[in-house]
Design a protein around this ligand. Sequence first.
Ligand code: NAD
Length: 285
Amino acid sequence: MIILKGKETALTIREELRVEIDSLKSEHGRAPGLAVILVGQDPASEVYVRNKKIACEKSGIISYAHHIDGGVAQQELEDLIKKLNADDKVDGILLQLPLPKGLDSQRCLELIDPGKDVDGFHPMNVGKLMLGLPGFRSCTPAGIMTLLERYNLPTSGKKAVVVGRSNIVGKPLAMMLMQYGDFANATVTVCHSRTANLAEEVKSADFVFAAIGIPKFITKDMVKQGAVVVDVGINRTDDGLVGDCDYAALEDVASAMTPVPGGVGPMTIAQLLINTVQAFREHNA
Ligand code: NAD
């Protein structure tokens, strides 16, 4: 079985970006800038934000951290987003989700300038994805597509089953797999909590994408021999971080698979860097 090493691939991408950013800096007199807004003290979010900041620094992107008290008023948060929209040093804006209760995250996401929406959550960018138009693509599914490309695993003409229909992973991933191109062009089925015969659907897949949030949900008997398995899940258990797939059992069945940790997670961050450089290029075009 080929291990789809997201961590290593992400490091390679970061190195490639560092070279690109160096030359952009000499050309334009400044480095790309990413503003990261973290509201409150959610421990998982703090870890994600720290990792994003480190990745930015190592690739040469300047990160502007805005760590705000969880009791912030909606208006104050909106004012900050508007200020960052108008700030020329800021090419990308990332609002770390989830927000504390009482804050309207959808309203905040819709306030972010679509040209700075490096997370690809603004309805304008989601709509562009739907239509196959250029725009910012949400980082986790786009990172997965980049990983498949780097390992030369084309999905064109293959049957892909995505388990999970969230707005940040399942739905955009299904859309990306349906676009044109060798690494897309798949025949896609989206499964979710109400799917009848889920095991049967998954078993028919050449590519399985698990984005459920239940540890070891995808078991050996559900996966076809030779299938490629991409595990998006990050579940904190007594045994540490585990994915949505039973990795050890699937090793005998899958032809290629992402580990957890070290698979999709680092690719999500790599894609954020790619998107930030894309935003910088568009602002300086
Ligand atoms: P979500 O809770 O928004 O969505 C989960 C989806 O799973 C839902 O669409 C639901 O229909 C489906 N589901 C739930 N129970 C099911 C069942 N019994 N059978 C079939 N489908 C079922 O979650 P999300 O935000 O899409 O995240 C999914 C997982 O991916 C989580 O573990 C999350 O931590 C992880 N995640 C990882 C990254 C990363 O960078 N690696 C990024 C985002 C999310």
